[in-house]
Design a protein around this ligand. Structure first.
Ligand code: BGC
Length: 751
């Protein structure tokens, strides 16, 4: 109680100090708080001693310094960092305490580098495996993403460094991200896409949030009346600052009136090709805003509200007496990065070849470009300059030091370029493949390290992947290697699912994500069995691209079409949310009778529209409903030990289940609880994740896991009433080791 009183008092003090500051500030000073003074900073109030705001990407570490006025690297030598695993890996740990450790550690690094705001975490949902930025997000399920982002944010902000949750909202693709207009129902919006943001601001207490590039209801998200005024600041009563994505502001009137607080990265600074003018004062919230204020066209309340939110952000961070000095590249941070990587790696297939225990002198052949190249460089704004990045080849050499270790590149991707691809010639790929296959014949075991990388149109910002298969001839290479040597272990770096035409030919597959500074160590830890893998997939890996509804729908579902090409009922009414029932009716009928144009638009129309036609049936919700076979389901991941689930029991609202380690080594299991509504007035998913817990078990050990069903776990969003509703009747509770490995079911009756 005492501490709560202090918190309330501290908040009052802060508001009182802000009132005091505002009373001394000129109109010019208030307006000046709301737009950038460089690529990554914005001013404070120098006359009154209010410090500037320094932002940095985010979210996997503190990015290297960028020039004051352009996007180039500043070339400092003292800005290297610890690279933490990508957020997909964090999600795959299913371990909220690791998210807290992650946030706290990256926050200490940000503090050390004197940053006010770290631009992350990203909580957009996984809708298509082509999205170039899925690796920066936390999978397809809103509960999982919420459960992981909240402790990340709390850990980060405990350093007096603000998070900036991004990209709000509906930025689920990179193709045409600057303008694509997303049409979605309120049900899908509230049940899925907004949920992690809601958790971030209400439970996580996020101090800032980033408006995204795309449009919603014909309005850019960074100054979107519904998303920002009505929902974020209205319904959710959030008191933080909305920061535009860099270059996501397009209009002064909307920026003023629709809830944008800080404009960053606009193209009026003369440093991009689109820039006609060359000063920050030409930003939409610059001189144009000031002039409108002077003409009396902006109410005091709005001017003060924006300034107050910016002052609050500065008070909570730069002016906080809680902030320390931080630390960077500490042993603790490196250890945290390794621990997160170890727990996030997912074992997808193992016929017994893993863990590897080669006798001294055996020949290990490591193949694949990802065994040696940096996977922290590239990828867009999340790029990092780690002080040290342990490559998989190095990790394997260190761990299996008494073996003979050889390397063959196998394939080549060309140079990592942002916004361009520099593909290799077929002859180069042929000779690299032939060399690797030759060497594979002579090896005792082959470890293949491939997947995607951080090049443009791979896992990279600013463009999506062009197809579901891996690039650079990897499918053929893996098949030929497996024929040459059946003792092959495949390790894949990616933040996305991909086609696996070779899966039946290889005895083991390890999903390693992007693991940051300690990548090679963590991979060797798992391959050797020093660490028993315990990660589980945060998204569905489908067999083929068109199994994902976004792609089944054709261009209307992804990446969008010009509105004239929208078939009914998708034509809908521009500027209005879609109707969930109409969308689901059409989806359930397999979209029969609707002709989806597959005509590609050129992305230059500025009004291309995309319909989230799968509605609430995202990811496993879709696969469950249509009983679609998947390659690997949501929540899936193997271990080197085995777990036995007891029969779950229910007492009132409390579900218990015992889980026993029946194998020979210690291991961790993620016990998952899903809830389905047996009968409802609206279409509901077969089941939805509502709770999970990761437990550690020694061989022979047994533990009981408990889940108490909350009212909220039974509700859907009623878009007519605009509220969450639970309908009386029976619900089924599913206890499982993945969304497709259900160990027991129970019934619960709601009166
Ligand atoms: C990205 C943001 C990033 C910002 C600053 C934008 O292009 O979408 O995620 O934080 O740039 O680098």
């Amino acid at each position: 109680m005492a501490s709560m009183f202090t918190a309330v008092q501290a908040a009052d003090d802060m508001e009182a100090r802000i009132d005091e500051l505002l009373s001394h500030m000129t109109l010019e000073e208030k307006v000046r708080l709301c737009y950038a003074q460089s690529k990554f900073t914005s001013p404070g109030v120098p006359r009154l001693g209010v410090p500037e705001v320094y932002t940095s990407d985010g979210p996997h570490g503190v990015r290297m310094e960028i020039n004051w006025n352009d996007w180039n690297h500043a070339g400092w030598t003292n800005d290297s960092c610890t690279a933490f695993p990508a957020l997909t890996c964090l999600a795959a740990t299913w371990q909220p305490e690791l998210a807290r450790l992650y946030g706290r550690s990256v926050g200490e690094e940000a503090r050390y580098r004197k940053k006010t705001v770290l631009l992350g975490p990203g909580v957009n949902l996984y809708r298509t495996p082509l999205n170039g930025r899925n690796f920066e997000y936390m999978g397809e399920d809103p509960l999982l993403a919420s459960s992981m982002c909240v402790p990340y944010i709390q850990g980060l902000q405990s350093n007096g460094v603000a998070c900036c949750v991004k990209h709000y909202a509906l930025n689920e693709q990179e193709t045409w991200r600057g303008h694509v207009d997303v049409r979605v129902s309120d049900r899908a919006l509230y049940e899925l896409y907004l949920r992690p943001f809601h958790a971030a601001v209400t439970e996580g207490g996020a101090w800032s949030l980033m408006g995204s590039y795309n449009q919603y209801l014909d309005q850019h998200a960074s100054h979107n009346a519904r998303l920002l005024n009505d929902i974020l600041k209205g319904e959710w009563q959030w008191d933080g600052a909305v920061i535009s994505d860099w270059g996501a502001t397009h209009n002064t009137q909307e920026a003023i009136f629709n809830g944008l607080d800080l404009e960053m990265g606009s193209y009026t600074d003369g440093l991009s090709s689109e820039a006609p003018i060359n000063t920050y004062d030409d930003y939409y919230l610059g001189r144009a805003y000031l002039e409108k204020c002077k003409r009396g066209e902006v109410p005091e309340s709005i001017i003060n509200d924006k300034a107050r939110r910016m002052l609050r952000l500065i008070m909570r961070t730069e002016m906080s007496d809680r902030k320390g000095y931080g630390s960077i590249n500490s042993l603790e941070h490196v250890a945290a990065a390794r621990a997160i990587a170890q727990e996030g790696i997912v074992l997808l297939k193992n016929n017994g070849i893993l863990p590897l225990a080669p006798a001294a002198g055996k020949r290990i052949l490591v193949v694949g470009e990802n065994a040696t190249r940096s996977l922290c460089a590239g990828g867009g704004s999340s790029e990092l300059k780690p002080r040290d990045e342990v490559s998989p080849l190095r990790g394997i050499k260190e761990r299996f030091g008494d073996c003979e270790i050889e390397y063959a590149q196998g394939y080549a991707s060309g140079r990592a370029m942002y916004g361009n691809t520099d593909e290799m010639q077929q002859v180069t790929l042929d000779s690299l493949r032939n060399e690797a296959v030759e060497k594979a014949r002579r090896a005792d075991v082959v470890i293949y390290v491939g997947g995607l990388n951080k090049n443009h149109q791979q896992d990279c910002e600013g463009g999506d992947r062009l197809g579901y298969n891996l690039s650079y001839g990897q499918d053929r290479l893996i098949s030929e290697l497996a024929k040459a040597n059946p003792n092959i272990v495949v390790v894949m770096a990616s933040g996305n699912a991909y086609a696996m035409p070779w899966l039946s030919e290889v005895p083991a597959l390890v999903q390693s994500w992007y693991l940051g500074s300690e990548a090679g160590h963590a991979i060797a830890d798992v391959l050797s069995g020093d660490v028993n893998p315990s990660g589980k997939l945060p998204f569905t890996m489908a067999k083929q691209l068109t199994d994902y509804p976004a792609h089944k729908m054709g261009s209307v579902g992804y990446p969008g079409v010009t509105p004239e090409l929208l078939p009914q009922p998708y034509g809908g009414e521009a500027g209005k949310p879609m109707n969930s029932k109409a969308l689901l009716d059409a989806a359930v009928k397999g979209w029969k009778g609707i002709s989806f144009s597959t005509a590609q638009c050129d992305g230059k129309k500025k009004n291309e529209t995309e319909v989230y036609g799968e509605d609430i049936l995202l990811g496993y919700r879709w696969m469950d409903y249509f009983k679609t076979q998947v390659q690997f389901p949501f929540g899936y991941g193997m271990s080197y030990t085995t777990f036995e689930y007891g029969k779950p029991a229910i007492d009132g609202r409390t579900v218990t289940v015992t889980v026993k380690n029946t194998g020979k080594v210690a291991g961790k299991e993620v016990v998952q609880f899903y809830v389905g509504d047996d009968k409802a007035s609206v279409l509901r998913p077969v089941k939805e994740l509502k709770h999970f817990e990761k437990i550690a078990l020694a061989p022979g050990e047994e533990k009981t896991v408990t889940y108490t069903v909350k009212d909220d776990d039974l509700k859907f969003f009623d878009e007519n009433k605009h509220e969450w509703v639970a309908e009386p009747g029976t619900f089924t509770i599913y206890v499982g080791a993945s969304s497709r490995d259900i160990k027991g079911q129970l019934k619960l009756n709601l009166k």
